[in-house]
Design a protein around this ligand. Structure first.
Ligand code: DQQ
Length: 573
């Protein structure tokens, strides 16, 4: 038999590759989801099994964070009457499951308990308002209280005897199938509580109905909605909260009003499944909200340009921050969900505040998530030129469970492509000019879930820069899932948006949280978020050895700083 010798360098390379990957295998064995569950997340919230959707009733009570969520305890689809799952946490990172709650208990919620919110009443007494489905499947609003206020875990709840507390009547002309999702209530100096209910009317007018109450039990519908907008369809899960002006990052309680404050109205548009928001003024005398710019429809700003819906904020009085929670649905087929035994996750809680420009909100993963960053190995890089057409390894970390922060500096603007004014749809542009489509200045960014340099499978998060007719630069940020999986049944829609940043004056920053089947990205100084769900078939668990910084443009760009951490598994039972 013929034999031949491998060159020494090749043997060395193979041995070090084996050693490196084996090290990662060992590290991951202790920390990753089980190997038959490669897509289960390690630090994004999800229950042990079955279907989960909207976050409900988040609050901080006696030092414990509470997260409720829409849950089907019997399967991986949203079927049958949903109940509320409940988990508690001391840090919004590690979660302990609590008993299911809001199970069918009285006529008002006999056919299910849909979304709702918590309000802390005077005397530190939590109350929850949610939408119940009554015996006729009509949507009504239901009030619940904790059974034992001495229990910081609020394990047990009961429904107030006088339920429903808000409901459709022939007089109020409410369509009982489009009337849901009460917000956290707020109180004005007149001593009345206010709450919003999402609604739609004839000709698809979306509304946030306003109700008032003195005692939280008897609610009266106001004559006018807080705000409404034509042809925007059903407004699900409205959220209305104050934010400080002038870039103050602190959060404020929902009832606070004053001269240094703007208000945010967010709604989840049922038609497009997008969470959109406007920033505006709340006239407390008229109980009316007016957006500063634009209207509430699908052209409004979005919290997240990827897979993200039914979000809700709450005020964390301990940290003085407003925290945003959202739901990211699966992109896999129902058959695959059935095999996994679960469907749906929540994104990492984000602190949210108003940018100092006053034009948009800024979001950033809560700082506690950084406690999951492994101290070593950490990959660091400064001042490296990323040549046009190159692929640069980020090695040594658990690539399927990582947190990566990069900042790029533009080196030359010579090759920048011209922007065509007809490109009004950034998501479409991202899919036409994906990560593998060569450009002038960009695409450059991070390739995740890539098992080899063969580029068979990867998810790319990147920037691409254009020059518009008025010599201004247009920055596009994309998350390209088109090659994220060899499995043809996944939804591989590419997402993206234009980002309000001047690439000549400031570095372009990117933070990517990678977690087995999630790529959650924050771009351009926290100004844009894109969440993607991906299911690689090659780069799973230990086979996901590396990440790559890529540049598929003609121009070089510089990495002014890159740090990549392996992430520990959070305790989410
Ligand atoms: N999900 C809930 C509804 C809400 C919708 C039902 C939004 O209350 O309107 O599970 O995802």
């Amino acid at each position: 038999m013929a034999s031949y010798k491998l060159p020494k360098q090749v043997i060395l390379l193979l041995v070090s590759l084996l050693f490196f990957c084996y090290g990662v295998v060992e590290l991951q064995a202790a920390q990753s989801p089980p190997s038959n569950q490669p897509y289960r997340t390690a630090y994004h919230f999800q229950p042990r099994k079955n279907w989960i959707n909207d976050p409900n009733g988040p609050m901080l009570f006696k030092g414990i964070y509470h997260l409720f969520y829409q849950y089907n305890p019997n399967g991986v689809k949203l079927r049958g009457p949903p109940v509320w799952g409940h988990s508690t946490s001391k840090d919004l990172v590690n979660w302990m499951p609590q008993p299911l709650t809001m199970e069918p208990e009285m006529a008002a919620n006999i056919n299910g308990s849909w979304s709702g919110s918590a309000t802390i009443l005077p005397g530190n007494k939590p109350a929850i308002l949610f939408t119940g489905l009554d015996p006729n499947y009509e949507q009504v609003q239901v009030l619940a209280y904790p059974k034992d206020l001495n229990d910081p875990y609020l394990k047990e709840w009961f429904l107030a005897p006088k339920n429903p507390v808000m409901f459709p009547t022939p007089q109020n002309q409410i369509n009982a199938t489009s009337y849901r999702d009460p917000t956290t209530a707020w109180m004005l100096p007149d001593g009345n509580w206010r709450v919003l209910i999402g609604k739609s009317k004839r000709r698809q007018r979306g509304l946030s109905l306003l109700y008032r109450s003195r005692d939280f039990v008897h609610w009266v519908k106001a004559k006018h909605p807080l705000y409404s907008y034509e042809r925007s369809g059903m407004w699900e899960c409205p959220d209305f909260f104050p934010v400080y002006k002038n870039g103050n990052t602190m959060g404020i309680d929902t009832s606070v009003i004053g001269p240094n404050i703007k208000h945010v109205l967010k709604v989840s548009l049922d038609v497009s499944k997008h969470d959109v928001y406007t920033i505006g003024g709340y006239d407390t005398k008229k109980d009316a909200y007016t957006p500063d710019v634009g209207f509430m429809n699908d052209s409004s700003l979005r919290y997240d340009y990827g897979k993200y819906y039914a979000s809700k904020t709450f005020y964390d009085g301990a940290k003085k921050e407003r925290i945003l929670l959202g739901w990211a649905n699966e992109s896999s087929s129902e058959e695959d969900d059935a095999k996994k035994g679960w469907s749906g996750i929540h994104t990492i809680p984000r602190t949210i505040w108003l940018d100092k420009s006053g034009n948009q909100l800024i979001q950033w993963p809560i700082s506690n998530i950084e406690k999951l960053r492994q101290k070593s190995p950490v990959f660091k890089l400064y001042g490296k030129l990323i040549k046009g057409g190159s692929l640069n390894e980020v090695s040594g970390i658990t690539a399927a469970q990582a947190d990566v922060e990069i900042s790029f500096k533009i080196k030359d603007l010579e090759n920048v492509e011209k922007f065509d004014a007809s490109w009004t749809n950034p998501q479409l542009l991202c899919s036409q000019k994906g990560g593998s489509v060569k450009g002038g200045l960009g695409p450059f960014g991070l390739m995740t879930f890539q098992a080899s340099k063969g580029l068979e499978e990867y998810t790319a998060v990147f920037f691409r820069i254009f020059k518009a007719y008025d010599n201004k630069y247009v920055v596009l940020m994309c998350s390209d899932q088109s090659r994220s999986s060899l499995n043809p049944t996944n939804d591989k829609t590419t997402y993206g948006s234009f980002v309000d940043v001047n690439p000549v004056r400031e570095d372009l920053s990117l933070r990517v949280l990678i977690d087995h089947s999630v790529v959650e990205s924050f771009g351009a100084k926290r100004k844009e978020c894109v969440t993607a769900r991906v299911y690689p078939t090659l780069a799973i668990n230990e086979k996901a050895c590396n990440l790559y910084v890529f540049n598929n443009g003609k121009s070089d760009v510089e990495i002014t700083g890159l740090t990549a951490w392996s992430m520990k598994k959070a305790s989410i039972a």
